[in-house]
Design a protein around this ligand. Structure first.
Ligand SMILES: [Zn+2]
Ligand SMILES: [Zn+2]
Length: 353
């Protein structure tokens, strides 16, 4: 592995080339959130108040799912403090944006800002990192799952993307609640329970069948959209002893209009270098990174990243490889045999140990 550097090492070398304005919050980002909020309220009222044809309900469910996901991307940005600086307003707006995904701001900031960002791709400390071979040996459920044929496993792991964000959020709540100061725990609990209470309340208002279109199906769609990004952000990269975003993060590329709808969430390496900067500026940060460290930077078309994800197991082996443990096939990670610029070819990636 090349010598690794911390995110601060890279940031300090890019910062002199940037205007001071890049480090100011950008409240105008809230207009996008406001537009999504209007769409969501209109969608919920349309389903709740009228008896619409099922096809129309399905279309509205799709729009709601896409809006719930996009609001989550904005919530992520807000809770990094890049939209407003005032703490209570930041938490309030973050809570509203994350309401559909039922993620409370206090829990999110602990899980994401204080752990995922600080310890990215560290095998023990990153709450979002996937297990290594040693953990697989110790975990009987994982060992059983990996006995399934590769295609079946890949299919179910993709299907699980439609629930993974919500399930992982629940796991984070159980894992982290004890780490909060006892006097803050009721607030953390309330921030998790209140959104769910609202959604269950809406079920009583509109009835369970309409609720499927207003909440449950959109939630599955939103989970799939956010997880399509989250799963490609780091899962094709190696585990790294030093938190080096150029080694352990991937920027995916999507059409420009998708970046507009998703608040530039695709620029994940840039985000790990400058988490406190508005994603509005990430396309410029990308140019600087590509000029200064072109050989280290990883970017991949979203569709290729998803294909590579489908074709590889999710157990790390010696940090730099992924292993199908029963067959003992290994696959390279980004920077270690997997090339983001090329179409992933599972046969080329495979190697037997
Ligand atoms: Zn990340
Ligand atoms: Zn972040």
């Amino acid at each position: 592995m090349k010598d690794l550097h911390s995110f601060g090492w890279y940031a300090s070398r890019i910062t002199p080339h940037l205007s001071k304005d890049f480090f100011k919050p950008v409240p105008a980002r809230l207009w996008g959130g406001f537009a999504y909020l209007l769409v969501v309220v209109a969608g919920l009222l349309a389903i709740g108040l009228f008896d619409l044809h099922i096809i129309i309900n399905i279309v509205i469910a799709g729009v709601l799912g896409a809006s719930y996901a996009a609001m989550g991307f904005l919530g992520h940005e807000i809770l990094h403090g890049t939209v407003v600086k005032t703490a209570w307003l930041r938490n309030f707006l973050g809570a509203v944006a994350f309401w559909p995904l039922s993620t409370g701001p206090r829990l999110w900031r602990k899980w994401h800002n204080m752990n995922h960002h600080v310890h990215t791709q560290h095998d023990e400390k990153d709450p979002d990192a996937w297990p290594n071979h040693e953990k697989w040996i110790q975990n009987s459920l994982l060992r059983t799952i990996y006995r399934l044929p590769f295609g079946v496993r890949a299919f179910f792991s993709f299907l699980s993307l439609s629930v993974q964000f919500s399930m992982h959020g629940l796991k984070m709540f159980i894992e982290y609640i004890k780490d909060f100061n006892p006097k803050n725990r009721p607030a953390v609990l309330l921030q998790t329970v209140l959104p769910w209470a609202t959604w269950i309340g809406i079920m009583f208002w509109m009835g369970p069948v309409k609720w499927l279109f207003a909440f449950l199906f959109p939630l599955l769609i939103a989970n799939f959209i956010v997880m399509s990004y989250i799963s490609t952000n780091h899962r094709l990269n190696p585990l790294t002893p030093v938190n080096d975003p150029l080694a352990n993060s991937l920027t995916v590329t999507v059409p420009k209009w998708v970046d507009v709808l998703h608040f530039n969430f695709s620029y994940h390496t840039e985000h790990h270098l400058f988490p406190s900067m508005s994603p509005k500026y990430y396309p410029i940060i990308k140019q600087h990174i590509k000029k200064m460290w072109p050989e280290r930077y990883h970017e991949m078309k979203m569709s290729n990243a998803m294909k590579a994800l489908w074709n590889t197991p999710r157990i790390y082996y010696k940090d730099n490889e992924l292993i199908d443990p029963h067959k003992k096939n290994t696959f390279g990670t980004l920077g270690n045999g997997l090339d983001g610029a090329k179409q992933p070819d599972p046969e080329v990636m495979k190697k037997t140990v």
